[in-house]
Design a binder for this molecule. Structure first.
Ligand code: UDP
Length: 327
């Protein structure tokens, strides 16, 4: 078994690579290190079943060669993080559209199964809870950069489904909800590594808006198990599948929990959205996955509680002081 992971030096990709190596598979990764880091895979380099290529997935020749060697491809390379998306919209749109097209095109030539990582962002502003894979997607105005990310990932989904329908390529679309755990950096705005880092340094914990917005946080270990199980399940082919936890927490409650668990003296401060991101920024107040399809297919869903996730992130940051530089 040989697995190719695009974006394999990223947060989720590196955990996935590690899980497959533990299962005895051969793993290749390709990553341009735009948001990924060699630090995430340094511990894997000694494994003779692991190879890594530092390059852009849009480099057709390199991607073609890697796809050729693989039995299955996980396409995780993408521009991620709300902060990055707002600050670099051109990069976001081109990376997400072109990268996915290259991967699907090369995979179609060799009939290799592709698991495409999508995002709960595609649900946009929908207010029908929980979010079901067959729901309509409710996008915001093109004048607001955030929606470029949602639309580019929605196009990736259309493309993956089109390759399946038209060219018979086995594709699976995993819509990932907020995924967190060790190795996630706060540099691109993700809330849990940011709060933990702030709390450990006794700096103010920055709650954006009024903190009433709610999220469901899934542990990366659970999410990786789901990705592997979906890749192995023939019933997942041609489908969109939510992967996420159903445990909801408000961002203010999250800040308080981080403060308690780290026994930090940090104060919790409220930062207006326009200061945190850009004028006119729109946040989602609530986001909950319907995990029925996932449970039906693989028999389990991400269940790890947020306390345990925070403790794991804390343990990592306490062991590696470089994390304090991350935000
Ligand atoms: N957030 C926050 N403070 C921060 C970073 C993020 O209050 O320092 C909020 C953000 O506005 C959002 C939630 O936390 O409502 C989750 O943000 P994240 O970027 O982790 O994921 P998103 O759900 O926005 O994709």
């Amino acid at each position: 078994m040989h697995v190719l992971i695009t974006g394999g030096a990223g947060f989720i990709g590196s955990h996935l690579a590690e899980a497959y190596l533990q299962r005895g598979a051969w793993v290749s990764i390709i990553d341009d290190l735009s948001t990924g880091s060699v630090r995430n895979v340094n511990h894997l380099k000694a494994n003779r079943r692991f190879t890594y290529v530092i390059d852009d997935v849009c480099n057709r020749r390199v991607t073609a060669e890697l796809v050729d060697m693989a039995d299955v491809v996980f396409h995780l390379a993408a521009a991620v993080g709300v902060k990055l998306i707002v600050e670099r919209p051109v990069h976001t749109i081109t990376t997400n559209l072109e990268g996915t097209e290259v991967v699907l095109d090369q995979a179609a030539k060799k009939s290799k199964k592709v698991i495409v990582a999508s995002t709960s962002e595609v649900y946009g502003k929908t207010t029908v809870f929980p979010f079901n894979e067959d729901h309509d997607l409710v996008m915001g105005s093109t004048a607001r950069a955030r929606w470029a990310y949602a639309c580019s990932k929605a196009m990736d989904e259309f493309m993956a489904l089109a390759y399946h329908r038209e060219k018979g390529l086995p594709t699976v679309i995993a819509r990932l909800f907020n995924t967190v755990g060790p190795r996630q950096t706060g540099r691109y705005g993700m809330v849990i590594p940011t709060f933990v880092s702030q709390a450990l340094q006794n700096k103010p914990i920055t709650v954006y808006g009024d903190g009433k917005q709610q999220r469901c946080f899934g542990h990366v270990d659970d999410v990786v198990k789901c990705l592997i199980a979906l890749a192995e399940h023939p019933g997942a082919v041609g489908k969109v599948i939510n992967i996420g936890s159903q445990h909801e927490i408000s961002i203010l409650e999250l800040a308080k929990t981080v403060k308690d668990l780290t026994q930090s003296g940090s104060e919790i401060v409220f930062v207006p959205y326009e200061e945190a991101y850009a004028a006119g920024f729109e946040d989602m107040m609530r986001r909950v996955p319907d995990t029925t399809r996932l449970a039906d297919l693989v028999g389990f869903v991400p269940e790890t509680k947020v306390d345990k996730i925070i403790r794991d992130v804390m343990a990592e940051q306490q062991n590696d002081p470089r994390h304090s530089l991350d935000w």
